[in-house]
Design a protein around this ligand. Structure first.
Ligand code: TXA
Ligand code: MG
Length: 340
């Protein structure tokens, strides 16, 4: 069994700690580290043996590719066959930051991490701890979200500890994630580019920079052929059944309050929490979509802590960041929506 070493973010000021992380990564071990979106479970992206350990630790299907994290914009050229003008524009505007781009990969990137695909997902995170770990290690780091496959992502140190204590070599405690949902994924290996996963950076923000419309294939239900393999699996699901309630809040409250169920809870915005007679998980203010994002995965994970069997979530809307949040919630609910 591995005995996980915990390193606090502030202790990375001590070079010896960065060296310990570097040595772990260079000897094919797993290191969990914070990013501005969610925590990532990282390994040397150039080392197939290390990548396999990620799949094993998460219980992740091997055809679901990983994101390669780099610490400088220039590094992308080391791992891709070509970089379009569109890609350059997006990199200049959004990196470092919560945007992952899909490129045609070159031979340095092993197919173990791309799930057998000829493309690779690359992102330069903004989180200072993540950047210093990648830079100091001197290698690109493959890192999916640090959660057991199918479960909600980790946005708190307690979440990664719960899922991976004594399953990885090192966990870096970076406190709470700033953004709270995973990066936006855009395929720039095709023209026009395709949105595969909405995130903090929204479709309209991308279109504003590119001055063209991009395709949205982030809704797996309307897709004929699965392009992003990760999309076909179960995602973000607590143990209880999640159901989305779509309608005016008064109708939603009336619907929930007449249910005769044990072990039930509602996830909704702060403004509405007093309307319900059942247990409520406050997601933050409806006027602050950023706070909803920050609380999203902790709320879903609380459902397991509270042992809730029936989880009702108020629909958050379909514009901008709310659209990205609903992308996650709809998957958590397996697309079960009741229109009221
Ligand atoms: O914010 C994030 O992106 C976090 C942090 C740790 O950086 N990482 C993350 O990784 O969310 P993961 O593995 O949970 O999600 C990666 C997504 C999956 O939906 C995967 O299918 C897609 O990116 N992806 C990766 N490589 C791809 C490729 N070559 N083509 C299409 N989709 C790809
Ligand atoms: Mg994930």
């Amino acid at each position: 069994m591995i005995k996980t070493k915990i390193i606090k973010q502030k202790d990375l000021a001590v070079k010896q700690n960065l060296n310990i992380i570097k040595q772990a990564l260079l000897s094919s071990k797993l290191v969990i580290f914070p990013t501005e979106t969610v925590y990532g479970i990282g390994a040397n992206a150039l080392d197939p043996k290390a990548a396999k350990k990620i799949y094993k630790a998460k219980g992740r299907p091997s055809d679901n590719p990983l994101i390669v994290h780099i610490s400088s914009k220039a590094d992308v050229d080391k791992y891709v066959k070509s970089k379009s003008k569109v890609a350059t524009k997006l990199i200049n505007k959004f990196w470092p930051g919560p945007l992952t781009l899909i490129f045609k990969k070159n031979n340095l990137i092993p197919k173990t991490i791309t799930g057998g695909l000829n493309t690779v997902a690359i992102r330069m995170p903004k989180n200072k701890t993540a950047l210093s770990i990648i830079k100091h290690a001197g290698i690109p780091i493959a890192a999916p979200s640090a959660n057991i496959s199918g479960k909600p992502s980790s946005t708190k140190f307690a979440h990664v500890l719960n899922d991976f204590k004594n399953k990885v070599e090192i966990i870096v405690d970076g406190g709470d994630s700033l953004i709270g949902i995973e990066s936006t994924v855009v395929d720039v290996s095709v023209n026009p580019p395709v949105l595969l996963r909405p995130g903090f950076i929204t479709k309209s923000m991308i279109e504003q920079v590119l001055k063209i419309k991009i395709k949205d294939k982030s809704d797996i239900r309307v897709k004929s052929k699965v392009k992003s393999p990760g999309l076909k699996y179960k995602h973000y699901q607590p143990s209880g059944e999640v159901i989305i309630l779509d309608g005016k809040i008064k109708k939603v409250a009336k619907y929930v309050n007449q249910l005769k169920l044990k072990s039930i809870a509602v996830i909704c915005e702060s403004e509405y929490k007093n309307l319900f007679k059942v247990k409520v998980r406050d997601l933050g203010s409806a006027n602050k979509p950023e706070s909803l994002a920050k609380n999203l995965y902790a709320a879903l994970r609380d459902m397991d802590l509270w042992k809730i069997k029936h989880i009702y979530v108020h629909h958050l809307g379909d514009q901008e960041l709310a659209y990205s949040l609903m992308n996650r919630l709809l998957k958590a609910a397996n697309y079960k929506v009741i229109k009221l």
